[in-house]
Design a protein around this ligand. Structure first.
Ligand code: ASP
Length: 385
């Protein structure tokens, strides 16, 4: 009788342990891997008092649209690469940002576009620089990565590749916006014919603290007349935009349900840039970088400083070699090194656990994120929340 009871108890206990183990395995299998996405639409002197509520709302709505475009791909189990591309396309197609449709003008009064993508899983990358007439340069960068043996194509060669790949070509007037045109005229009339805007990091940059959410989830010549005559007048209403000094590059970083990271960045560069000038955005390791072993980074700011500081790779390297968090690494680079060197701008950085850092050393940066818990934030100014 005693023996029978003991056997019964042992049986019960082992059944319970077995059931517990089985349910643990099941919950591990069904436990959702984190997905996350962060985007930016440029950093710079962006002050609340210079922006009307309507314009602010316009930016916030577009950032939200870009976030949703990327996030819905991640939710369906899609790749981080597809998500960053989708988010960037929304911003390239908007005249609000300095990329694609809203690109700034060069000193030669053209629009020359740079873009890059990087896959954190394979470390494959694609980039284009100085391309004209391509509606979505981020798509061309992706094609360079996926359908060519190269990492970077520039100028005419990149345009020829776009044609071969059947990408839509847009006429010059597609890229014309009155706002960007006026910015160029203003800068040229100020006799800064070969200068780009001189933006310096905010003096109080090193005291910029990231939002709690980020931490807990662990920011008049005849030529003119000729040009004006060429342009449609449909954008006249744009004159109400504040004359912000800002870098309007767009970018996205994502973590997909397979645990892979990706980054994408796209830009028109800097107003009044010299013909042929290339910024940090398409330079892998500077404005764009992704490695599953550390993080994905997309930058915006004064490209020359970002190239020399190898910003994206520095953040990833600090994580890999020093073992610091994504927040610490991004702050070290953006709020310390770049400030000391005079490089204005910011980054979005995301690690493989879904932790997001969005530091910037300027008074504002258009930015947004959807964290692993599904909550969303959209911020513009330095101090929000
Ligand atoms: N980083 C870009 C460049 O230097 C500018 C920007 O961020 O808007 O080309």
């Amino acid at each position: 009788m005693r023996l029978a009871t003991s056997l019964f108890l042992v049986g019960m206990i082992s059944t319970t342990i077995g059931a517990t183990l089985a349910s643990m395995t099941l919950s591990a299998q069904t436990a959702k891997k984190p997905i996350a996405l962060a985007i930016h639409g440029g950093a710079g002197t962006i002050n609340r008092d210079k922006m009307t509520p309507a314009i602010e709302q316009e930016y916030r709505a577009k950032l939200q649209e870009a976030l949703k475009a990327g996030y819905s791909i991640l939710q369906r189990g899609g790749t981080a690469l597809d998500a960053v591309q989708a988010a960037v396309i929304v911003m390239e197609d908007s005249p609000l940002f300095n990329a694609g449709k809203g690109a700034v003008f060069t000193a030669e009064r053209t629009n020359e576009l740079d873009a890059a993508v990087m896959d954190g899983k394979t470390l494959k990358a694609g980039a284009v620089a100085g391309v004209r007439g391509v509606k979505n340069p981020v798509v061309l960068a992706r094609l360079v990565m996926d359908s060519s043996p190269h990492v970077m194509l520039v100028g005419k060669g990149a345009e020829q590749f776009a044609k071969e790949q059947g990408l839509e070509r847009m006429p010059d007037k597609y890229f014309y916006t009155e706002r960007r045109w006026n910015e160029l005229l203003k800068m040229q009339s100020e006799n800064k014919s070969t200068q780009v805007p001189q933006e310096t990091p905010d003096e109080k940059a090193s005291s910029v603290k990231q939002s709690k959410k980020e931490k807990s989830s662990k920011e008049k010549s005849s030529k003119d007349k000729k040009r004006s005559a060429l342009q449609p007048n449909e954008e006249a209403s744009e004159t109400h935009y504040p004359d912000e000094r800002k870098f309007g590059t767009v970018g996205a970083v994502a973590l997909d349900s397979a645990g892979n990271l990706a980054a994408a960045t796209s830009t028109g560069g800097m107003t009044n840039k010299k013909y042929g000038r290339v910024g940090d955005c398409p330079i892998i390791g500077a404005g764009t970088f992704a490695d599953n072993n550390s993080c994905a980074v997309s930058a915006t700011g004064h490209g020359e400083y970002f190239i020399r500081s190898v910003v994206g790779y520095d953040i990833a390297a600090q994580m890999a070699y020093k073992g610091v968090t994504v927040w610490k690494a991004a702050e070290n680079v953006v709020l310390k090194k770049l400030v000391e060197r005079g490089g204005a701008g910011g980054v979005i950085a995301l690690d493989a656990q879904g932790n997001i850092a969005m530091p910037h050393n300027t008074s504002g940066m258009y930015r947004g994120a959807i964290f692993p818990d599904g909550t969303m934030t959209i911020e513009i100014f330095k101090t929000e929340k």
